[in-house]
Design a binder for this molecule. Structure first.
Ligand SMILES: [Zn+2]
Ligand SMILES: [Zn+2]
Length: 356
C-alpha cells in the first residue's frame, strides 16, 4: 500500500508499505476512499504547527470501506461504508472524565496524522469505536467533512451569544469558515463571512446558508450584511490566527472572540479591556463529547450540504497538486495566497475507482 509520509517541514514522500491488517481483537482496517487536506496538515507541512512526529502518515479526515476486522468486532462488517473519527481518547484520564476528551492526556501516540499513522494512504487501522457507518445515500466524499464539522460543533458549543440578534462574523472562507457559517446559522445566528481572497470569495458565494453572506472586508460586511457601517462586533470567529490583536479593541461589550486557527502568531492584548468590557476570548480544537455523531447527523440529514464545500478531488499520487491548490507549494517550500477557488481538497488513493 501507498502512504504519504511526513519526515519534517516541507519533506513528504509517497512511500510503499506492507498492507495494514488487523492486529488486535477490536481492530478495524479501512480501505480509504477520500481524505481531506486540513489546515492542520498545512501547518504541519510548513512547520508553523510543529506537532507531528517524523515518519508518521499524514491525513485525518477520511472515509472508506471496511477492508478487514479483528475477531471481536461486531459493529461493522467488511464492505461497510464508514467515516473515521481520527482522535481516539482513553475515557479514563482526568481530562476525559471531566468532559474534555479533546485534551485526553493519553492521546499522544493515537492522534491520526500527528502521532499515529493517518489516512493519506490506501489503508488505515483503528478500533471499532472510531468508525461510524455512513448511510448509503450519503456520498463518501461528503462524509469526509464529518471530522472538520465535528471540530466546528465543539467551537459553536462554546459560544454563548448574548442574543440571536448578535452581529456574528466569521473571518476566513476556507472549509472551517464555511462550516462555521452553517453551524452558527443552525443555532439561529446570521453570520457574515469575511474573506480577502477573491477566488475563495467566489467559491463561497453560493455555498452559504440563506441568511449568511460573504464579503471582501469587514467594512463591507458591516455595511451590506448588517446595514450599519458601525455594526458592532458581538461574536467573532477567527480562522486565520492573526486577528485577535486588531479586533479585540473593536469587540462590543459582552462580545466573544473565538480563535480556532493553528498558526503561531504573537499578539498583544490589554487584559483591562477584557474585564472592563466583559469580553470572552476563547479557543477550541478537535471533537468533544458527541460532536462527531452530531456532525454526521447534520451531514446525513442534509442540514449541512458538505458535498458542496468540496472544491477538488485529486489522486493521492498527485498530492503536491492538492497542497498547491491550497497555496502550499511543496516544491518551492512556500505558502502563497491561494489563487484557485479552493475549499475542501480531497485526496483519493484509487482515482479511477472512486465515484461515490
Ligand atoms: Zn482537520
Ligand atoms: Zn483520556
Amino acid at each position: 500500500m501507498k502512504a504519504l509520509k511526513f519526515h519534517g517541514a516541507w519533506d513528504l514522500t509517497l512511500t510503499d508499505l506492507l498492507d495494514l491488517e488487523p492486529v488486535g481483537d477490536d481492530d478495524v482496517v479501512v480501505e480509504v476512499r477520500y481524505c481531506g487536506i486540513c489546515g492542520t496538515d498545512l501547518g504541519i507541512v510548513t512547520g508553523s504547527y510543529p506537532v507531528a512526529v517524523s515518519g508518521v502518515t499524514l491525513g485525518h479526515e477520511a472515509t472508506g470501506l471496511v477492508a478487514a476486522t479483528g475477531p471481536g468486532v461486531t459493529s461493522v462488517r467488511v464492505g461497510d461504508r464508514v467515516v473515521i473519527d481520527p482522535t481516539p481518547y482513553c475515557g479514563r484520564c482526568r481530562m476525559c472524565q471531566t468532559g474534555r476528551i479533546n485534551h485526553c492526556v493519553n492521546k499522544h501516540g493515537t492522534e491520526s496524522g500527528v502521532s499515529y499513522d493517518g489516512a493519506f494512504a490506501d489503508r488505515y487501522r483503528t478500533t471499532s469505536a472510531f468508525v461510524h457507518p455512513v448511510p448509503d445515500h450519503i456520498p463518501l466524499r461528503a462524509a469526509a467533512l464529518t471530522e472538520p464539522l465535528s471540530c466546528v460543533i465543539s467551537g459553536v458549543r462554546k459560544i454563548r451569544p448574548p442574543s440571536l440578534a448578535a452581529n456574528t462574523y466569521v473571518f476566513g472562507a476556507g472549509p472551517l469558515g464555511l462550516l462555521y457559517a452553517w453551524a452558527l446559522s443552525l443555532t439561529g445566528l446570521t453570520p457574515a463571512v469575511v474573506e480577502c481572497s477573491a477566488a475563495r470569495l467566489a467559491f463561497a458565494h453560493d455555498r452559504l446558508p440563506a441568511r449568511a453572506g460573504c464579503y471582501p472586508s469587514l467594512a463591507e460586511a458591516r455595511a451590506r450584511h448588517f446595514n450599519d457601517p458601525q455594526a458592532s462586533l458581538d461574536v467573532v470567529v477567527d480562522t486565520t490566527s492573526v486577528l485577535l490583536e486588531p479586533l479585540l479593541p473593536e469587540l462590543a461589550c459582552g462580545g466573544t472572540f473565538l480563535s480556532i486557527g493553528l498558526k503561531r502568531h504573537l499578539a498583544s492584548i490589554d487584559p483591562m479591556l477584557i474585564a472592563d468590557r466583559s469580553l470572552s476570548v476563547i479557543g477550541s480544537i478537535d471533537s468533544t463529547h458527541g460532536s462527531f455523531a452530531e456532525a454526521l447527523h447534520l451531514i446525513t440529514s442534509g442540514l449541512v450540504p458538505a458535498h458542496r464545500l468540496v472544491s477538488h478531488v485529486m489522486p493521492l499520487a498527485d498530492y503536491r497538486k492538492g497542497f498547491e491548490a491550497l497555496g502550499c507549494e511543496l516544491d518551492h517550500r512556500r505558502m502563497t495566497p491561494s489563487r484557485e477557488a479552493s475549499c475542501k481538497v480531497l485526496l483519493t488513493p484509487d482515482a479511477a475507482g472512486n465515484t461515490q
